[in-house]
Design a protein around this ligand. Sequence first.
Ligand SMILES: Cc1ncc(C[n+]2csc(CCOP(=O)(O)OP(=O)(O)O)c2C)c(N)n1
Ligand SMILES: [Mg+2]
Length: 412
Amino acid sequence: MSMNEYAPLRLHVPEPTGRPGCRTDFSYLHLSDAGQVRKPALDVEAADTADLCTGLIRVLDGQGQALGPWAEDIDPQLLRQGMRAMLKTRIFDSRMVTAQRQKKMSFYMQSLGEEAIGSAQALALNRSDMCFPTYRQQSILMARDVSLVEMICQLLSNERDPLKGRQLPIMYSVREAGFFTISGNLATQFVQAVGWAMASAIKGDTKIASAWIGDGATAESDFHNALTFAHVYRAPVILNVVNNQWAISTFQAIAGGEASTFAGRGVGCGIASLRVDGNDFLAVYAASRWAAERARRGLGPSLIEWVTYRAGPHSTSDDPSKYRPADDWSHFPLGDPIARLKQHLIAIGHWSDDEHAAVSAELEAEVLAAQKQAEQYGTLANGHIPSAASMFEDVYKDMPDHLRRQRQQLGV
Ligand SMILES: Cc1ncc(C[n+]2csc(CCOP(=O)(O)OP(=O)(O)O)c2C)c(N)n1
Ligand SMILES: [Mg+2]
């Protein structure tokens, strides 16, 4: 064939099916019915999980019934705890967005629609395990009842900010709650988590790690490096990929989610992998327990793609109506994680509409009281911030001379 018989080459640039004014066709998600996807043995070979990366593990059906092999006998008390953690996360997020709009803090990121993933996994792990979250897993902190006052002081970068204004708001660090310092440089926490898990195994400890990353950030090389190390050394780690369909204004297909799934990446790297309904609290809990048990028994890493939807803007600096239909979330076929767990808890007789309203009101009051207290220690608007002298502290054990001189020049 001579060269001029070929059509000119072209690149393929993935596009979302919906745009402002054009409704999304969510059939690209390839859903399975609740209870339809099998549960493999804990020591399953990575290659034998390939079908679990194209299907979608779901437990809750449309009526709130728990179905199939992943439906565990979960204590209703734990489900109620999960419900409180999700509600608290949502209420907290909503108040903090308002506080940002009131110029009390510089920036905020909410996790609207994704509350089940962090809440359920936090309850499936031990507090002494270490999570390496992104900025969208504040639900882990809520499930672990971390002080709201301290969290808000961090957001306000005020005098009581435990991180002394050195981290962007929402980049928490709570070691005693198994919550590693959040890194703003995406994907770095994935390699850190694998390294931490390897260290736990080297020390002969029983703790495991939980790594977190978004769909977009999987395109960073750190993601792939982490998978290689986790696979080679069978690191005791859960590799969580939160596919919320968007990376700011970039659709997940641009990061590689169009012709394959993010779960499938794990299988290609020799890691047992699952694709799970991230808005189904029961499925998240069961899959997290399965992966944690594998890690703890020395069976190695597991990768889990959580399919969910980023219902709000990326951050307070984003306007999603510019790049996706404004009512997209209301059409997302996996629904709202809080509404789905509520439906299930009511169906099994452990919740009611009245209790839902009462708990919501109680949590609203708790968040409001914490906010009032934290604001007494300063907000961005009134300038009560950590002293400039504090930036020289906690960096070196013994302060080097050049820093001592700089501090003197600053006159603090
Ligand atoms: C290494 C790096 N590149 C780019 C950014 C800027 N950035 C911050 S969040 C974000 C999108 C991440 O999307 P995704 O990984 O899907 O997570 P999501 O925000 O959806 O939870 C980008 C590009 C960054 N913080 N770090
Ligand atoms: Mg994303």
